[in-house]
Each structure stands twice: as C-alpha cells, then as structure tokens.
Design a protein around this ligand. Structure first.
Ligand SMILES: NC(=O)c1ccc[n+]([C@@H]2O[C@H](COP(=O)([O-])OP(=O)(O)OC[C@H]3O[C@@H](n4cnc5c(N)ncnc54)[C@H](OP(=O)(O)O)[C@@H]3O)[C@@H](O)[C@H]2O)c1
Length: 236
C-alpha cells in the first residue's frame, strides 16, 4: 500500500515527513500516476478541495481518510454518499487522546447532566480559519447524544444573556501558536470538573492519520470513525 498525502500545507508536510519516501505528496489526486492502484489517501487540505478529491478517489477506488475540517452540510452529504462506494474514515481530530476524551464524555455526561452545567472551551493558533473547531463540534455532538433531553447550544455570550439550565456554551479562543486545546467543563454547586486535552505538537495528528490509513486499507466501502478503528483493534 502507498499513502497519498493530499494537501501540501502544514499538516500534509508533517505526514509526508513521517512517511519518508514511501508516499505521494500532492495538491490534487490527479497528480498520482493512473497505474498506481493500491493507494490510500490522507486528506489534510482545505474544505473547498474535498469534493474534487472525493470524485477522483471514487474513480480510482482509493480509500480516503478525511482529516480536513470546516466543511458544510452539503460536503458532508457528499462524503456520506461517497462512502457507499469506497471506504471513508472521517475524523476532525486524529489524536488518540482526543478520541479517548470523546469516549469518556459518553460515560460521564449522563451521570452529571442533572446537577452540572456544561461548557466547552477550545483554543487554537491565530491562523485557524474555522470556529468552533471541528473537534469541538465532535465533542459537542457526543455530549448532545449522551443527554436525556435536547439542550440549546450557545456560541459565545454577549450582553444580557443569563444562562438557561438546558444550555451548552461553546467558546473559541484564537491566538499565538496554540496547537489545539479542548476543555469540557462540568460546573456544579461549589465544584467544577474540567477535562482538558492539549496537543503539544501537530505530530500527534499525523501519527493518528497514518494509523487510520493502515486501518482503512483492509476495510470494505463504508463510513468509518476512529471509534470504529479502536473497537476493531480491541476485538482483535
Ligand atoms: N483531523 C485532525 O486531526 C486535524 C489536525 C490539524 C489540522 N486539521 C485540518 O486539516 C486541514 C489542513 O490543515 P493545515 O494546518 O495543514 O492547513 P494549511 O497549512 O493551511 O494547508 C492547507 C492546504 O489547503 C490549501 N488551501 C489553503 N487555503 C485554501 C483555499 N482557500 N482554497 C484552496 N486551497 C487552500 C493549502 O494550499 P497552499 O499550500 O497552496 O496554500 C494547503 O495545501 C485544516 O482543515 C485543518 O483544520 C485537522
């Protein structure tokens, strides 16, 4: 299997450096020679490039790990449709730690929802284009799915805006060179539980994405998450 690194930006370069010579490092899938059949794509590009990449992956039957964030609902629909024809793994954060944190939230949210308010704070470098981060959206989604009732999501607060009980606040901080921090706060009467994941370097995302590509090589067409990968590994 050869890995195609799609996106020649910061993350693409780190993945390429981890892989050494044994990969294609491209801006477009069409740059990979047509005779290369046994490839898996790792996508760290820009959301505006996802649909063109999917079309090419579908034509060539290349499984694809989509690590790019910031895409809208239409692109997500396209991703889901494409996964009916080729294996696709979607992950807004390919670090092991964040995925474990996500699992923890499924366990603790139902236990805390009665008596604790829930807020999410994420921090990223000043070059990040989307907010809140794709990871914050994933963590939010996990919390929402673990609650027994529908909560209102409030992005930032300003002015007269007293907190409701069934509400989750989501806050994005941008500045400096912060690689990525995600905190989930459970705030109760006289006690606060705060769970924080800090990415200390971008290499953790590259290593996780390469793991995903190795996993996807052996899979049938479908839409996968890192949760599926960990479950499969646990069962082996
Ligand atoms: N899943 C994860 O764990 C994870 C971790 C980190 C980052 N990410 C996501 O991965 C993606 C890439 O991150 P990065 O740090 O490598 O970003 P980056 O350095 O900005 O590189 C992005 C790539 O997309 C291209 N690009 C940038 N802006 C574009 C535009 N407006 N239109 C078309 N192409 C554009 C760049 O091409 P040029 O080089 O030609 O400008 C480059 O190839 C982002 O969506 C980021 O949020 C995900």
């Amino acid at each position: 299997m050869k890995i195609v690194v799609h996106g020649r930006g910061t993350m693409g370069t780190i993945v390429k450096n981890e892989l050494g010579e044994n990969c294609f490092f491209v801006n477009e899938i069409s740059e990979v020679p047509l005779e290369e059949e046994n490839c898996v794509v790792i996508d760290f590009s820009h959301f505006s490039k996802i649909e063109r990449m999917l079309k090419e992956c579908k034509n060539r039957k290349y499984p694809v790990v989509i690590a790019t964030t910031g895409y809208n609902g239409d692109i997500l629909k396209n991703i889901i449709e494409t996964s009916k024809e080729i294996p696709v793994l979607l992950s807004s954060n390919t670090s092991l730690g964040i995925n474990l944190l996500n699992e923890m939230l499924k366990d603790i949210t139902p236990k805390l929802e009665e008596t604790f308010d829930i807020e999410i704070i994420e921090k990223h470098h000043n070059k990040k284009i989307d907010a809140p981060s794709g990871t914050a959206k994933t963590l939010l989604n996990t919390i929402e799915n673990s609650l027994s009732e529908k909560y209102n999501v409030v992005y930032g607060r300003e002015g007269i805006c007293k907190r409701e009980r069934a509400e989750i606040g989501v806050h994005a901080v941008r500045g400096g060179t912060v690689v990525g921090e995600h905190s989930i706060l459970f705030l109760g009467d006289d006690e606060v539980i705060e769970i924080t994941h800090k990415a200390l370097s971008k290499r953790i995302f590259a290593a996780g994405a390469i793991e995903c590509a190795k996993y996807l090589e052996k899979k049938e067409k479908n839409l996968y998450t890192m949760e599926d990968m960990f479950k499969d590994k646990g069962e082996r």
